[in-house]
Design a binder for this molecule. Structure first.
Ligand SMILES: [Zn+2]
Length: 248
């Protein structure tokens, strides 16, 4: 683990260096994510303005989350924030406001940039890369955690999330994580307000799968029928999630 320690120190001295001169980097306020096992990770806390340009609405439920993007892919801070704003707008309809989001910029090693959902651990059913990367998350990271990565291959080709099947089954670091390929983002959509991040987070919150209906909605089983609308039943399940805080 000495490798990580060295990169962390290197990242820290770079930040000190940048802070001493007026730099563009200072504007985005990324700082080393020192407690994580990702050697090059830097994090910043998103502001209310980042998520809600017109002010955060007062809603009955709040969600905290961690969103990490691989800077070696076309994902960027701006694209991550755009996904989060769409997610905030979609969840608003279910009475859920996004509160604290830690945005993490990292550089995944080449062998970890692709998640193969067909190659899974026979016992857990989780791809080894997912388990390995999730194990690098700091113990105090807010869940759900979404990774915006280069590619998802195998049985799911755009995005995938892992949720505990039983309420008691919440100890593994890969539970309540979502893995979203860049392709899922640029794929042309009929509904511009749809977000693959919202789709995967909805799976984690409602602990439910897809529903086939005559109308488009967020968790439709057919890709061409995905939209930003949330089914009332899915909203109810989302509101029951233990990942949410209930506001007074
Ligand atoms: Zn899905």
């Amino acid at each position: 683990m000495h490798r990580w320690g060295l990169s962390r120190r290197a990242a820290l001295s770079l930040v000190t260096l940048l802070a001493s001169g007026a730099s563009v980097e200072a504007r985005s306020q990324f700082a080393p994510w020192a407690e994580s096992g990702f050697g090059s990770a830097e994090a910043r806390q998103l502001t209310e303005r980042d998520l809600y340009p017109n002010g955060r609405p007062s809603l009955p439920f709040s969600l905290d989350a961690t969103v990490a993007f691989d800077q070696r892919t076309p994902w960027s801070q701006a694209r991550a924030i755009r996904q989060l704003r769409k997610t905030a707008a979609i969840f608003e309809a279910c009475g859920v406001a996004i509160r604290d989001v830690t945005l993490v910029r990292l550089a995944l090693p080449p062998q970890a940039r692709r998640i193969d959902t067909a190659l899974t651990d026979p016992v857990t059913g989780v791809p080894p890369t997912v388990a390995r990367l999730a194990a690098h998350l700091p113990a105090d990271a807010a869940y759900p955690v979404a990774f915006l990565i280069g590619r998802v291959a195998g049985t799911a080709s755009l995005a995938v999330s892992y949720r505990p099947r039983l309420e008691s089954e919440t100890t593994a670091p890969y539970f309540n994580t979502a893995w979203i390929s860049y392709q899922s983002h640029w794929l042309p959509r009929r509904d511009q307000s749809y977000s693959p991040l919202a789709h995967e987070l909805a799976h984690l919150l409602c602990r439910c799968g897809h529903t086939k209906t005559a109308h488009r909605h967020l968790l439709h089983s057919a890709r061409n029928f995905l939209s930003s609308a949330v089914l009332p039943d899915d909203c109810k399940r989302i509101q029951d999630s233990s990942l949410l805080s209930v506001n007074d």
